[in-house]
Design a protein around this ligand. Structure first.
Ligand SMILES: Cc1ncc(COP(=O)(O)O)c(C=O)c1O
Length: 372
């Protein structure tokens, strides 16, 4: 049995995903963590750190930065200097810090649907956002640069997720080049959340870090990375902002302003082990996720656009005409995410990162839920 076949009972572990439906016959396919064990090499690193009995405040060590630099090189052939890296306890704090770099009247542009914390960021920073829907172009979700251009007034920053949550897009080089041109032409800052970068499923897709592939706009970018999604350690937050421009980096760091906590030593130990990984664990994970995506796709058919990356499927349910989307799926024993949360009703997001036995049960229920 592989690490990815084993059904691990997560009830009574204070799991956000599983506790939501405690005591009910509802299987959770909502929040974005996986029902797979974190790999041994990460758990061993945690045990090793615990050999020291004091878990005090910790500065991110150079070994963490070196591991991150090595990881960028290993996966993307991207070599960056250590000074570009700002360590953070999570990607979401980094997005909020970035928005605080905007002037009082400057606005934030967000292509939607998108991971729901994006939708709170402008409010959190007492700024305004401009939301521009992605367009579905022959089965592919794309940024609508024409509409983005027409709504550019007052905008100084664009914030994207690539790979995109919830649509599962991995933007192509041509799309990133067009976005880079838009950013440059309009004198903007780009925040690119690339937390799902390792989870590329489609054979013909690959992750392209925008600051690497569009060097002309690197000085305008804040790219956010973490190993926590890939290795299923989101409870041990640790993220890296890569900011090539020294002035932008200084402004970004100044926005920390007592709001953002330091990174715990266990989080650092786990992420360092993850960034140093060159084993086949990730390949095995991707193999399992590809098989799961194929099973889900076979069941839901054209309701679902191709998941190029992430372990999240974006499924059209407009024809069901539901008033309460979550309640409908819960009544069929399924916990899913309502698309409205991401800024697009008529869709659900389905997290398929789980062992086959669980997915099989979920798909039986989903089949009924989509028919009734
Ligand atoms: C696109 C995206 N960004 C950020 C996060 C969360 O990042 P963190 O836990 O490091 O704040 C998630 C989690 O699902 C995500 O999907």
């Amino acid at each position: 049995m592989s690490d990815f076949d084993q059904l691990i009972d997560r009830r009574h572990s204070h799991s956000t995903k599983w506790e939501k439906y405690a005591g009910q016959d509802i299987l959770p396919f909502w929040v974005a963590d996986m029902d797979f064990a974190a790999p041994d090499f990460i758990r061993n690193a945690l045990h090793e750190r615990l050999e020291h009995p004091i878990i005090g405040y910790t500065r991110p060590p150079t070994t963490l930065t070196e591991a991150f630099q090595g990881w960028l090189n290993h996966h993307y052939g991207w070599s960056i200097p250590a000074e570009w890296v700002v360590w953070l306890p999570g990607v979401v704090p980094g997005m909020n810090m970035a928005a605080r770099c905007l002037g009082a009247k400057q606005r934030l542009m967000i292509p939607t649907p998108v991971y729901y914390p994006f939708l709170d960021i402008a409010d959190n920073a007492q700024r305004q956002d401009v939301r521009v829907p992605l367009i579905l172009d022959r089965g592919v979700w794309r940024m609508d640069l024409e509409r983005m251009q027409s709504q550019i007034g007052g905008v100084k920053m664009v914030m994207i997720a690539n790979p995109q949550n919830p649509t599962g897009r991995a933007y192509t080089q041509a799309e990133l080049a067009a976005l880079a041109d838009f950013i440059d032409r309009n004198d903007l800052i780009l925040v690119s959340d690339e937390i799902h970068c390792n989870i590329v499923l489609a054979e013909d897709s690959k992750h392209l870090p925008i600051a690497q592939w569009q060097p002309d706009i690197a000085k305008r970018t804040i790219s956010l990375f973490a190993a926590t999604k890939t290795y299923n350690i989101p409870g041990l937050g640790c993220a890296a902002a890569v900011i090539p421009d020294a002035d932008l980096r200084t402004r970004f760091q100044a926005r920390e302003a007592g709001l953002v906590s330091s990174i715990g030593p266990l989080n650092i130990a786990a992420s360092q082990a993850a960034f140093n990984d060159t084993s086949d664990w990730l390949d095995q994970l991707l193999q399992q996720l590809r098989a799961n995506a194929a099973k889900l796709g076979a069941l839901v058919g054209p309701r679902m656009t191709k998941v190029e990356a992430t372990y999240l499927a974006w499924i059209n349910i407009a024809d069901l005409g539901l008033n309460d989307v979550e309640a409908h799926f819960e009544s069929h024993g399924l916990g899913i995410s309502d698309g409205a949360q991401f800024g697009q009703p008529d869709y659900i997001r389905f997290n398929f990162a789980c062992p086959d036995v669980l997915l099989t049960q979920g798909l039986e229920r989903l089949s009924k839920a989509l028919q009734s």
